[in-house]
Design a protein around this ligand. Sequence first.
Ligand code: RBF
Length: 352
Amino acid sequence: MNYMSKKCFTVIVPAALVLCALILFLSCKPKTPAAKAPNHFSVLVYITGVTAGSPTYELLAAGALSFALIHDNVTVKVYEAGFNQAEWEEQLTSLVAGGEYDIVLGSNPSLPEICANVGKKFPNQKFIITDAEYSGNPQISTFLYNQYEQSFYLGYLAGLVTTGSMEYANNGKQIGFIAAQEYPLLNRQIVPGFLDGARRVDPEITLDFRVIGSWSDANKAAELTAGMINSGVDVFASIAGGAAQGMIRTAAERGAYVVFHNNNEYSLAPGIIIGCGQMEQKKLVEEILAGVLAGKIQYGISQTVGVKDGYLNFIADDPGYIDYLPADIQEKFNAFMDDIRAGLVEYTVPSL
Ligand code: RBF
């Protein structure tokens, strides 16, 4: 009897497993592309890091989610990949393996290469990446912001402030840049643009450039900031994600100024953050998704966008700028921005 029930059990278990597998298969089926409503569109927003504190990622997610809000047939999944860059390719591979997403949307200069590798295994998968330049791959479309340009005008403002007479400006001509990590877009365009812009004010201005080694270590950023203030830096810029909070904190405690890339962050430290650039990433992402739905995205190419076409800007209508900068600096800087918009300022963007 004992033997019989045991035998019975061994037969029943595999049958139950098959049934479970079938139910699971059927219940998953609506998610597979074949079963999707004909006009349903699914987007994976792949965040290469964490969203909070990183302007480019916040705007990327906001653009995709706001697009989905007004398009019933569009679903968006935002996935945060975390800071371990060695894991990104494997993670992305398993995310797209089910064929669930019509497109993968990301924003990072290092992503196209990863997507090219992942795409080899899934030749129907399409990838659209902003803040990156990559061409020649029929699965990938990229949009590069002219970040030299944004750094150039933020550098010009830093130059006016460091040579001016605001409360925390010292007599030296040294400005600072804190980066989380070095990469080609940063080393070849973002940092040189900042110094070149400052030198349009005064060719004697020098740059103190330091690297944190992390996108999240605000304490290390604070430490570097303190050291740089000690050695004479009075105006800072950074590309450092969430770690930039440490720089802002120390600048506020010690008395130094910050110009900020990519987003309106004046309210984080009024009177300390005295200039903010704007990357119109939310607008670009909404336009990209509209283009995807209309079948108008071109793959295999890279497009560059900047101030003249309205994808980079400077936020000059915020109290953080209007109320804290002396009138003469505002006048000079606003005139410079007008000239940039009108294409009247000549500069050469170094190649990537
Ligand atoms: N920018 C952020 O704001 N947060 C990040 O976590 C972040 N991670 C990055 C990781 C890599 C490997 C690279 C190349 C860039 C990263 N960036 C990050 C920079 C970002 O993509 C962009 O270049 C800058 O924000 C300036 O446009």
